[in-house]
Design a protein around this ligand. Sequence first.
Ligand code: SF4
Length: 320
Amino acid sequence: MSLLEVRELKKYFSVKKGLFSKEVAQVKAVDGVSFKLEQGETLGLVGESGCGKTTVGRTLMRFVEPTDGRVFFEGQEVFQMGPSAMRQLRSSMQIVFQDPYSSLNPRMSVGNIIAEPIQNHLSLTKVEVRIRVKELMEKVGLHPGHVTRYPHEFSGGQRQRIGIARALALNPSLIICDEPVSALDVSIQAQVINLLVRLQREENISFLFIAHDLSVVEHISHRVAIMYLGRIVELASDKEIYERPLHPYTQALLSAVPIPDPGRKTKRIILQGDVPSPLNPPMGCNFNTRCPFAKDICFQEDPPLRQQEKGHLAACHLLN
Ligand code: SF4
């Protein structure tokens, strides 16, 4: 049994077609996403802004309700859970948000921010809570003596460490990392990613690591799923994705990543145009408006996500 299994997840939003229109259209933010995540594994979920990756994370947490699909976490069906099971789920599945500047309550001390989930979910004495908070601060590389400080007294990277300490407070099995390093400088990004790698090794936590850049997930992911316009277009081990990407969109994303390894050669692929509006996606393959290899069938038929090789899935007519 996988820790997390997502089957055909869909989230559609109804929006007015224009400022002066009463017509309503559906935006398919997430349109049939399926994947599994094992204990102690990191799955990178990568795509450009608006591809639906953040909506996947928020739907799993039930911050938004799905339109369709099923999700199993530790064998339980998440969308069928009542309030008590959801409370348990919230301790086992945590989220770290993108913006360390706005995701922490500025009026609470760091100690209280980290203590809050412990006090809400566990029956510990005040002394035990204090000890646990200081342990968590040490674990993420914060000075436990700074427990009475406020978020504005910390740098961006330190604030993200506070968010991670809070997420760890209840010993979760899974942490959804929603672009946790996008707002940080590159050198600080590496420190936070190294921290997550170490925590995974020590605590056997699973991460769903959401990012818009393949270079960010390379050093943390065991497998990578690439999303485009609400769908996964390729899913494979990190080695396969970085060394043998099959889908033209993955190849283009990868060609934009700076390469520290001179042995890995890629030719830059410049994609034409922008991502189409999800209000009006193209017929056939979603990627056909930007794909340098599009052929007739790409404008007529939507390619299914198929296993091309063991554990390597891709959705493209060129491969069938
Ligand atoms: Fe490009 Fe066609 Fe493959 Fe879509 S199906 S990625 S348009 S070649």
